[in-house]
Ligand binder design. Sequence first.
Ligand SMILES: Cc1cc2nc3c(=O)[nH]c(=O)nc-3n(C[C@H](O)[C@H](O)[C@H](O)COP(=O)(O)OP(=O)(O)OC[C@H]3O[C@@H](n4cnc5c(N)ncnc54)[C@H](O)[C@@H]3O)c2cc1C
Length: 511
Amino acid sequence: MSRIHLPSTSDIIVIGGGPAGASAARILSAWGHGVLLLTKSQSPMPTLAESLPPSCRKLFRAIGVLEAIDEAGFYRSTGNTFWWGNDQMRSEHFADDERGYQVVRREFDHLLRDQAEAANTTVVESTVKRVEFDADDTATVHVATDSDCRTPVAVEARVVLDCSGRSGIIARRGFRRQSAMPLTLAIAGVWERPEGWSLAEPSHTLVEAYHDGWAWSVPVSTSRRYVTVMVDPRETDLDKAGKIAATYRRELAKTREISGLTHDAQLSEAPWACDASVYSASRCAGSTFLLVGDAASFIDPLSSFGVKKAISSAWMAAIVANTCLVRPDMGEVARNFYTAREMEIFSTYAKRTAAYFRDGATMHDHPFWTGRSELNYDLDHNSPTAIDLDSVRRDPTVQASFAELKNSAEIALTPGDGLEIERWPGIAGREVVLEERLGLETPITGRVAVRFVRNVDLPALVRIAGHHRHVPDLFEAYNQRYSPVILPDFLGALSLLLATGALINGFGKEV
Ligand SMILES: Cc1cc2nc3c(=O)[nH]c(=O)nc-3n(C[C@H](O)[C@H](O)[C@H](O)COP(=O)(O)OP(=O)(O)OC[C@H]3O[C@@H](n4cnc5c(N)ncnc54)[C@H](O)[C@@H]3O)c2cc1C
């Protein structure tokens, strides 16, 4: 490697040019910050092919890369096919005929890094050796600029984003939580069958459970597919004495459908293995750093949501980093908000995959399955901030308030004793701000701090409620001033405010 020139400072340093790092760098550069993205040189090892669900498109559009991704010509999939929990094949098509992407990660990551560069990020291929945090709220990143790493170069930054994935260059300095989680090893191979595969849905990702592991196959063209087995080095009956290729073939032979698929295909890359064990973090932010994407937490590959999670984590990290730089007094609020959100997302995905493993365990009574189904992923995070209006509508007090509203010729709404306005962090554009929420308690939800119910802005509704004598006038005034909502949602929200005592209707009552 020839010696690389690096600046001595940068507003923001992003370590790692995977989906999280490239996306965060692109967003922050587009917002006018100086961003240096440092990423290891690509190893000659093959990379995995991964499935990205159609819902990623919304994120791609938000960060301005959708067109480039669509033009790149990745193989598109129409859904997933499972043999899971029973012997029956289950084929699921993506809703509304949408299509996902089957991407070879080397190509996908390259595209995202190019997109970051196009937005003015300085992208440098080099390895970060360590990061030091200085007392004056700067961080110093030590970068290897020559192949023997004898003279790492120091670059100072106000914010460092650790997007180094499983390596976790900052995350591993005491923040990673992994010990209680099961281990998963992925062993992958690439198969060719020039005449294609005899499958009803050749673009589908295939997932097959077997006695002590599961197999997964991602097609990247009509003739080439990646086939990976997920095993537990402690629980799966692995052929550890043999070479990795023999272990791989032995595991594959435990499947019925996927081994049938590959029996007359050509293995075109020697199988390789990588760690796919789940982990989280005790916190995801410090005064000058954020842990982003897989550096913060890793969800089971079964979900197929790792890349989506990484990009949405990058989006949030960009908002938090921007807040720290332009409004330092909000820095701590923003960082705590970030940690809470990352933990909530990890725990939501993890609970969902534990349920899939419970399904698998109904057919395979083996520690591989039972161990993964029994995990308790409840992490400490703040009290709930969302209300499911449909379930709240079953509350008799909400129903009574709704009936009263319907029968009221007039209304006279005033704040009640149950009105508690709290200040909570939320997002406004590119910043974390403190926004008003209402502290409400219902028998169904318990206590929640909430701003919106079905898009109805509750503090805003409380503010204008007293200015109108008829519900239709209040509804019209609300829709003129704020983002319009539909009448059933508006009435549901108003009934909730009355039922919880945040508002009272004085019409026709003695004062
Ligand atoms: C077996 C398996 C199957 C998966 N299947 C899917 C799937 O089908 N769909 C899906 O959405 N997700 C899948 N995932 C998850 C997905 O791969 C990750 O969630 C995603 O890659 C996270 O992106 P990231 O940018 O956070 O981290 P990474 O993609 O790991 O990127 C980290 C980057 O940091 C660089 N780096 C590391 N250390 C340093 C350093 N010291 N200095 C400089 N650079 C450094 C690395 O080279 C890399 O470029 C799978 C994962 C595994 C293991």
